[in-house]
Design a protein. Structure first.
Length: 171
């Protein structure tokens, strides 16, 4: 049995493995980063630790009407925390992802925790737009609704690659 936390982005419902999330929080005073890519909302101080806040809607082609102050944060585990988790559990999480510093994804609102048997996880639907398919690792069907399992490693790697491209010095 796997557990996922679900959340909403725009008109879609998404989920990530609960073991990848460190905590759920609220957006507090965010400082914008000059010349940052549009997916990077900014940085904030979370109990003395600098947290980068990014919006996955940029990659998932979603739009929201939820005001920034009302949105929630899912604070992700860092590479070091995932390495420790791998030692404590039988699961193997990809620790090659480029997240070394605290990172949070901004979501419209939180859903509930889902308990899902491995056999209930479906492959991504074939009609998913090609641009989004790399960010989807599977689907969960509940009643008449599909919940998209976000490939968080792909999202983080894409963010880090774009961030590196954005901040390279120009010749």
């Amino acid at each position: 049995m796997r557990q996922f936390i679900s959340f909403y982005l725009g008109s879609e419902r998404y989920a990530i493995d609960i073991l990848l999330a460190k905590e759920i929080g609220r957006l507090h005073e965010v400082s914008p980063v000059p010349e940052a890519p549009e997916y990077l909302i900014g940085i904030m101080n979370l109990r003395g630790q600098i947290l980068t806040v990014m919006d996955p809607q940029f990659f998932l082609e979603q739009k929201t009407n939820v005001p920034l102050a009302q949105r929630a944060l899912i604070i992700l585990k860092t590479k070091a925390e995932l390495t420790r988790l791998n030692k404590l559990t039988r699961k193997t999480f990809n620790t090659e992802i480029a997240i070394k510093d605290p990172l949070a994804i901004l979501v419209d609102k939180m859903g509930e925790t889902l308990n899902v048997e491995e056999k209930e996880i479906l492959p991504p639907l074939p009609n998913v737009a090609n641009e989004k398919e790399e960010f989807i690792s599977g689907m969960i069907q509940q009643q008449n609704q599909f919940i998209i399992i976000l490939a968080i490693e792909q999202l983080i790697n894409c963010v880090c690659n774009l961030k590196n491209e954005s901040f390279k010095l120009k010749d």
